[in-house]
Design a protein around this ligand. Structure first.
Ligand SMILES: Nc1ncnc2c1ncn2[C@@H]1O[C@H](COP(=O)(O)OP(=O)(O)OP(=O)(O)O)[C@@H](O)[C@H]1O
Ligand SMILES: [Mg+2]
Length: 134
């Protein structure tokens, strides 16, 4: 699965629903679906707010199913992350002015089995997450 969409908050619902439809052949529970949708929302929101500074841009979403495992990647070509380790810390945010709480990556890690972040300042960010559907 590959989808490209504009980095606008109106598209968060589209991204959540698209990944839910993609994984539906594995017959996930309502709870598993809610976890995946929340994790995808957090990653997409981060692209819109942090990657593109709310000025718009393009977001790519890629998904694969291998056996009962979903892998989904959310990609932007925004400003990137200087210190990934720090960004992953609970409560760390660079935008307290926007009332962000710094919990997005913590939610992704809580709701998915694995979360990988690759980022280059000035080039963009790729967040890849996996979850086994049981
Ligand atoms: N796609 C991205 N591009 C650039 N920076 C990012 C991206 N995603 C996350 N970050 C950086 O990592 C920090 C932590 O992200 P996280 O989602 O955990 O918290 P937050 O977005 O600041 O707050 P919350 O998600 O609770 O609203 C952000 O404040 C931002 O500096
Ligand atoms: Mg966030």
């Amino acid at each position: 699965m590959q989808i490209t969409f504009a980095a606008k908050s109106e598209n968060e619902g589209f991204a959540r629903t698209a990944v839910a439809a993609f994984v539906s052949s594995l017959d996930p529970t309502i709870e598993e679906l809610a976890d995946i949708k929340t994790a995808v929302s957090e990653a997409v929101t981060n692209c819109i707010i942090h990657g593109y500074n709310q000025r718009g841009g393009t977001i790519w979403m890629e998904g694969t199913l291998t056996g009962r495992k979903l892998r989904v990647s959310i990609i932007d070509e925004g400003r990137g992350i200087k210190d990934i380790k720090q960004a992953l810390e609970p409560l760390f945010t660079t935008r307290p002015d926007l009332e962000r709480s710094g919990m997005g990556f913590s939610f992704m890690e809580a709701f998915m089995d694995t979360v990988e972040v690759e980022s280059t300042p000035g080039k963009g960010t790729r967040v890849s997450m996996e979850k086994e559907i049981r």
